[in-house]
Design a protein around this ligand. Sequence first.
Ligand SMILES: NC(=O)c1ccc[n+]([C@@H]2O[C@H](COP(=O)([O-])OP(=O)(O)OC[C@H]3O[C@@H](n4cnc5c(N)ncnc54)[C@H](OP(=O)(O)O)[C@@H]3O)[C@@H](O)[C@H]2O)c1
Length: 249
Amino acid sequence: MKTSNNTVLITGGGTGIGFCIAEEFVKSGNEVIICGRREEKLKEAKEKLPDISTKVCDVSSAKDREELFRWVTTKFNGINVLVNNAGVQRMIDFKKGAAELAKHENEVEINLTAAIQLAAYFIPGLMQREEAAIVNISSGLAFIPLAIMPIYCATKAALHSFSISLRHQLKDTSVKVFEVIPPTVDTELDKGTRDLRNMTYRGIPPSEVAAAMLKSLAVDEYECLVGQAKNLMEASRANFAEQFGRMNH
Ligand SMILES: NC(=O)c1ccc[n+]([C@@H]2O[C@H](COP(=O)([O-])OP(=O)(O)OC[C@H]3O[C@@H](n4cnc5c(N)ncnc54)[C@H](OP(=O)(O)O)[C@@H]3O)[C@@H](O)[C@H]2O)c1
């Protein structure tokens, strides 16, 4: 997959890994569009990367997703790279029942449905391009869950499976399907729950994930396992029970 002269849409591109991906794509000579819910974060991103375009959009809203698709199609004459990066991660204790679940953002809509729906919107247009890609950002937790964040891990496992099926469905088209599988990354994803868990390790910088992604894109490495994510994937196959126990004691 070429890594320059693309028109790239990155969901959740205002902060963290998404912002670093935007930065890498800009550096490599691509047109970049980012979206997110917080306008101030998009503005901060645009101050750092003046050439990018921004759009306020809540990808958990069906209306916003459709509006995003129409806006991108009209304003940019379409894209040839879609990066499904927007995500949230919540600790949810099912012993507390439905009220606890309702307190939180809808992780299924944000982490999974949005990626599926945006893929469905954009694929017909992507297929018209000489070269195109969908990049799904999943997680090492797709392979072995952390039980304290059950929905997050389930959405990432589903996104992994979806990426495999989509890649297979699109194998005879110009659309390549990549999955980027990060380990723990030092971002604000957890909204402070790492502190609650006394977790001192903050993870690798998000720039490392973005750099690894561009490298994988360049050589058509469809599963980009970053850092420790590779070990998690291998451990899930070699000895799932032991690794699950170690992570969830
Ligand atoms: N950090 C890690 O350890 C880690 C590990 C593996 C995988 N990942 C994955 O990497 C991706 C990026 O996360 P990150 O670590 O970079 O955290 P982050 O800095 O919190 O980035 C998440 C981005 O998603 C956006 N977002 C969240 N909900 C949204 C919604 N409903 N609509 C539109 N945008 C939304 C956020 O912006 P707004 O809040 O302004 O909308 C934010 O810019 C996620 O998919 C995450 O699961 C992260």
